[in-house]
Design a protein around this ligand. Sequence first.
Ligand code: MRU
Length: 355
Amino acid sequence: MMSCPIDPKNIRPIIFLAGKCRMLDQRKLPAEEIWYEYDKYQEVAEAIRSMVVRGAPAIGVAAAIGAWFGARDIETESAEEFMAEFEQVCEQLAATRPTAVNLCWALERMKNFARANLDRSVLELKIGLEFEAMAITEEDERLCRTLGQKGAPLIADGARVLTHCNAGALATGGYGTALGVLRAAVEAGKAISVLADETRPFLQGARLTAWELQKDNIPVTLICDNMAGYLMSKGEIDCVIVGADRIAANGDVANKIGTYTVAVLAKEHGIPFYVAAPLSTIDLSLADGSQIPIEERDAREITHLGENQLAPEGVAVRNPAFDVTPARLVSAIITEAGVVQENYLQGLAGLFNQE
Ligand code: MRU
């Protein structure tokens, strides 16, 4: 455990340097800014599972670094044996959280690199995998900045923007997806203000979005999740922007629980509902959102607030961590490769063909 200075304009939840990585404990924010240092894949797997690090792109970055730690510790001279053990390392990292596809995307990229270089020595494979993990880490922030530029024109000067959960710098390699679009709008000179849903039960909005926007001097007002409808009916919200954990080929979007409710409310009030996500969040192998696995988390997140029990002992609890917003409720999907506003089936596939 250690402290580490945070640059408010360049918040990064993961620092990968000199064979180790540091992760900011997002469970403790905003009360404490605590960093952990890891150099074992099992530690990284536990950090993802326990949500020290969270947010789809950030857990992809973490998984890539964890995979390299695992690769580095494999003791064999045979590339085939190395690959078999590396697959097992990746399998354990992949099993940590099921919904965000970025996790599997990053691990697939690491495995594909290894598979394509099996004619090399194990030492060369390990060095190559370190570079691949570094590339995934650095690319993520760059892609967020590009995505921000593409999405910023959708945000009007003076807009009052609702967001749900945290799709900011903390949820990515840096800069953010939904909050990246808002940062880019601010950098373009627009005066915007943000309403942050508190995002029960893990409180990513209250703890993380409020913290990072405050640090970045972007005006933010915190509301409870059940206030969005009232504020929309009063004309106090101009648009909604959220991130995503997985987007199916038809444009259905899995994101933090409560996103679907906000999208239905936005439709009722004629308010645009935008989704910002990198291409690594789009899963063209799934025809629609019904096929996206939804993580169910511990009942204690609902029954307790910290150590304090709120609900009666033994009460039955449901705790799905994500929901699926049907594509028909989504006004635009903003990616680093462009913005798709209609006919998602063709539009999303088309983004990959441009690469
Ligand atoms: O459970 P979490 O905090 O990992 O959920 C995060 C979200 O739902 C985010 O909105 C999503 O991952 C996009 S982050 C750029």
